[in-house]
Design a protein around this ligand. Structure first.
Ligand code: SF4
Ligand code: SF4
Length: 313
């Protein structure tokens, strides 16, 4: 049982993961219905201005803000919201944007001053090999080492993914290969032996930093400490934290597709919202009040990485 988990390389005082909207211009065959559609309304200037006003009041000076979707770059006022955030006095927003790369290189060039890290998730169903490479090299010229590329490996696409992976690696571009889950399921596709072997090599090659220090109670007087990634915790089945003191809802937040703010993904699934980021009345909780985890298990790697410990801070 894990009795404490500490992030050894914090980069901000407050962390926010914001799923802007389901709206996407792609329709990947493996993407769950709950994660994308092409009918959700685009966010308006008023909504994103209100959100910027709320974000100006987030406790802490440095705020890590991860923006995902759907496809976040479809919302026209996004650029304006990022500009407003960059001009808020006394706050530093570290913005991480995940995109399917469908916008032009000129668009990403305009966004560059407001983005600390860009993740390009490349989907072979909507881009051929050459288009992915062209976009990746173009983005690398703008973002350099602040660019990461995720290649989604669909079974049967090993040849294409391997070719792209090797060309990007050879140009020292940060690239990783991702397993894909079946649509509307938590189960991964079945991969061939050759595909599994390549996935293992790609994961090792990515050289992921182990940034979480965990203490595990082996018995009443034996404690073990080690450095791990959130994925390791998942793989080892150590993601059960019920009753532990957790910084979710204190220093870490998740914002859902409708703008509701939650302490973490599990609270989002339980529909227990703290309020809406689009509401003028919304107030962020103060930094002091820790929560005791009411859930049997942590559902996603972002939540697993949130610091936790048995006793109150
Ligand atoms: S680009 Fe991303 S959000 Fe859009 S359909 Fe594909 S996987 Fe889903
Ligand atoms: S489920 Fe939420 S509250 Fe529980 S440990 Fe995970 S992040 Fe913390």
């Amino acid at each position: 049982m894990i009795v404490s988990l500490t992030n050894m390389y914090p980069i901000a005082e407050t962390y926010i993961n914001w799923n802007l909207s389901r709206r996407c211009n792609f329709d990947c065959s493996y993407c769950s219905d709950g994660l994308h559609d092409n009918i959700s309304p685009l966010l308006s200037e008023t909504e994103l201005e209100r959100a910027a006003q709320s974000l100006a009041n987030v406790p802490g000076k440095t705020i890590f803000l991860s923006l995902t979707g759907g496809e976040p770059t479809l919302h026209k006022p996004l650029e304006r919201m990022l500009r407003i955030l960059s001009e808020i006095e006394g706050k530093e927003f570290k913005v991480c944007l995940t995109t399917n790369g469908s916008r032009t290189i000129e668009y990403f060039y305009r966004l560059r001053p407001f983005i600390n890290h860009l993740t390009f998730s490349a989907h072979l169903e909507f881009f051929d090999q050459e288009s992915i490479l062209k976009k990746a090299f173009g983005l690398h010229n703008i973002f350099g080492s602040d660019l990461g590329i995720n290649l989604m490996l669909l079974p049967g696409k090993l040849y294409e993914i391997k070719m792209i992976y090797e060309r990007l690696k050879a140009s020292s571009i940060n690239v990783s290969v991702r397993k894909v889950r079946k649509k509307n399921s938590k189960i991964f596709f079945e991969y061939s032996e050759e595909e599994e072997k390549f996935l293992c090599q790609a994961i090792e090659g990515a050289n992921l930093r182990k940034d979480l220090l965990i203490s595990i109670a082996r018995n009443s007087n034996e404690m073990e400490e080690k450095m791990v990634t959130a994925n390791d915790i998942n793989t080892l089945g150590l993601n059960q934290f019920q009753g532990i003191q957790c910084q979710a809802g204190v220093d870490y937040f998740t914002i859902g597709f409708q703008g509701d703010v939650f302490a973490c993904e599990s609270f989002m699934q339980a529909k227990k919202s703290l309020g809406s980021i689009y509401s003028k009345k919304f107030q962020w909780p103060s930094k002091g009040n820790f929560i005791r985890c009411p859930f049997e298990s942590c559902v996603c790697t972002a939540d697993i990485a949130i610091p936790k410990k048995e006793s109150l801070r």
